[in-house]
Design a protein around this ligand. Structure first.
Ligand SMILES: [Zn+2]
Length: 604
């Protein structure tokens, strides 16, 4: 984005042998009105200089502006040698120009340049400014202050720049006041150095604002500043407190690689378009409380050395902390993750590192569309009011990695062998289960346990013969699938009880079947539904006999389930015995699952 115009302001001075004033010239004579740097430098001959055999350039040699333009103003010889080489009054570092005649001469020339420029370019490149008060001034010209040095306070408060203003590489040695200033066209402070406070409070940047690589040595105030176009603060360095509170960023905002050595305050700032804080370094507190990000916010690779506060911050696009490092605490309290695009994730913490996970707080936050994969959340503090998505079958909680449509861009990372990487998702569930377990919130932990087991069930084979069949079997008949049918992976104690009752009823009905039969102790014949039917008797009487037999079957089923040895009725050999063995196996397994579920629900 380097502006050629600005980079071209590097000196391009062709030494030309010539003769010039001898330095004895009085201040009032130094500036020649009517001579602008655009004109051909006028050659002056000075006999005394010539006599001394000096070979000096024609006028001030400082390069200005776009082309090979040289200043060409009459040289000003400052006593004490503050300048490395003879330059004009405008470019001289002569401390004497801070007041008196030289001061007046300086400003006379400044005004003349502005007036001559009209609505064209006014060149102040590399000027060394004495104390400056241009508050409330309206600049009609394109103002070029590139490489200028403001030795004293620079007061531009309430100033209006009707066209572009370039302070590229300028140095503000004292306070720079631009509060309430209006920049109608592009404003560039690229590479500028603010040695003291920089005050841009309430300033309005109608077009691009470039502060990239600027250095703010003291406080930087951008409170309530308005950026109606691009705001570029990439690689800027803020060495003291930085205040962008209530600022408005209407277009793309770039703070990538910016360094905030002290507190960075973005409270209640509004970002209407994408805000990029990629690889930014927040070396003290970073406050984004109640800020609004209407589009995406990228904090990818950013480092938060102290507290990162996102209290009541509203993210309406995707907020990404991909690979961010939180070295201390972070507060996501009442943070609103509300992406406007359906299906998009609300926040992304993939590969983020939490050095003090116990101090990363998510409180009253909707986490239903937040990505946590490749990031350890086993110790992050999710308060009881952090909300997760419910599973479709309402039997547990789901993370977004499980439900995001695989066609979404972000889901690419979750794809393996053409299907969702269920093992990776299971890992998140494991971490969350561990997290809630360690905080003794077993109910929530169980809900993530369900998700974890579901992922194990869904993680089907991806290669080998009969893939379709094996996948189907794995999902429906594997041990983990049966575990789900039997007790919702140990989350339900009602389910195994129902199964148990069902199994008892089934076997009660099966035992008296012909071919199986119930045998009374000591009896020689087994009884079955067929054998007890007596054609000599009435229908009702027979039914009664059958019902009694069914009752005996029920008692036998219970006896078998409870390992009664000397029961009155026993299943007849051989098929009754086989059924009994099956029943014992099933009922004891279900009873075990019941106990396990009870334990899971009520452990302490
Ligand atoms: Zn000059």
């Amino acid at each position: 984005m380097a502006d050629e115009q600005e980079s071209a302001s590097a000196e391009r001075v062709e030494p030309e042998p010539a003769v010039v004033s001898d330095g004895k010239a009085a201040a009032e004579a130094e500036i020649e009105p009517g001579k602008s740097p655009d004109e051909e430098p006028r050659i002056e001959s000075d006999e005394s200089a010539a006599r001394q055999g000096e070979s000096v350039e024609i006028g001030c040699p400082v390069g200005m502006g776009l082309t090979d333009l040289r200043c060409g103003r009459k040289l000003h010889f400052a006593p004490g040698g503050p300048d490395e080489r003879p330059v004009c009054l405008m470019h001289s570092k002569d401390p004497l120009k801070q007041s008196g005649l030289l001061y007046e001469a300086f400003w006379l020339e400044f005004e003349r340049i502005l007036e001559d420029a009209g609505e064209k370019e006014a060149h102040f490149e590399r000027f060394v400014f004495p104390h400056l008060n241009l508050s409330k001034r309206k600049f009609q010209a394109i103002c070029r202050f590139a490489d200028a040095i403001f030795t004293q306070e620079a007061m531009f408060g309430d100033a209006v720049f009707a066209q572009g203003a370039s302070f590229f590489n300028a140095t503000f040695m004292q306070d720079a006041e631009f509060w309430n200033a209006t920049f109608t066209l592009d404003a560039s402070f690229r590479g500028a150095t603010f040695a003291q406070d920089a005050d841009f409070a309430d300033a309005i940047f109608t077009q691009d604002a470039h502060f990239d690589s600027a250095a703010f040595t003291q406080d930087a105030h951008f409170w309530k500043a308005t950026f109606l176009h691009l705001a570029d603060f990439s690689r800027a360095i803020f060495m003291r407190d930085t205040n962008f509170g209530d600022a408005t960023f209407t277009l793309a905002t770039d703070f990538s690689y910016a360094t905030f050595t002290q507190d960075a305050n973005f409270n209640q700032a509004t970002f209407t378009q994408d805000a990029v804080f990629r690889s930014a370094a927040f070396m003290q507190n970073a406050n984004f409380n109640r800020a609004t990000f209407a589009r995406s916010a990228y904090f990818n690779g950013a480092t938060f050395t102290l507290a990162a506060r996102f209290v009541e911050t509203r993210f309406q696009g995707t907020a990404s902390w991909w690979g961010s490092r939180f070295l201390d605490r972070a507060e996501f309290r009442r943070t609103i993750f509300d992406p406007q695009t359906a299906g998009h994730e609300s926040a992304l913490f993939a590969l983020a590192a939490f050095n003090k996970p116990g101090e990363i707080v998510f409180d009253e936050v909707d986490l239903s569309r937040v990505f946590f994969h490749d990031c350890d959340v086993s110790q992050v503090w999710f308060t009881s009011s952090a909300r997760w998505a419910n599973r479709e079958d309402n039997r547990g909680l789901a993370v977004y990695e499980e439900t995001i449509p695989l066609k979404e861009y972000r889901a690419l990372e979750l794809k393996r062998d053409g299907q969702r990487d269920y093992d990776a998702v299971a890992q998140i569930y494991q971490q969350l289960k561990k997290n809630y377990d360690s905080r003794l919130d077993y109910w929530t932990a169980n809900k993530f346990h369900y998700g974890e087991m579901e992922m194990k069930r869904l993680a089907v084979p991806t290669s080998g013969p009969l893939l379709g069949l094996r996948r189907c079997l794995h999902r429906r008949l594997s041990l983990v699938a049966l575990y789900r049918y039997a007790s919702d992976y140990g989350n339900s104690y009602g389910k195994p009880v129902l199964w148990l009752l069902g199994i008892l009823a089934l076997f009660a009905a099966l035992f008296p079947f012909p071919g199986v039969g119930l045998k009374r102790q000591g009896a020689s014949q087994a009884e079955s539904y067929a054998s007890v039917w007596n054609v000599q008797k009435g229908y009702a009487e027979n039914l009664w006999t059958e019902a009694r037999l069914a009752g005996k079957g029920a008692i036998t089923a219970v006896d078998t389930a409870t390992f009664q040895k000397s029961a009155e009725y026993a299943p007849a050999y051989p098929w009754g015995r086989v059924l009994a063995i099956f029943e014992t196996l099933l009922t004891s397994t279900l009873f075990g699952l019941f106990l396990l579920a009870i334990r899971r629900q009520f452990r302490r």
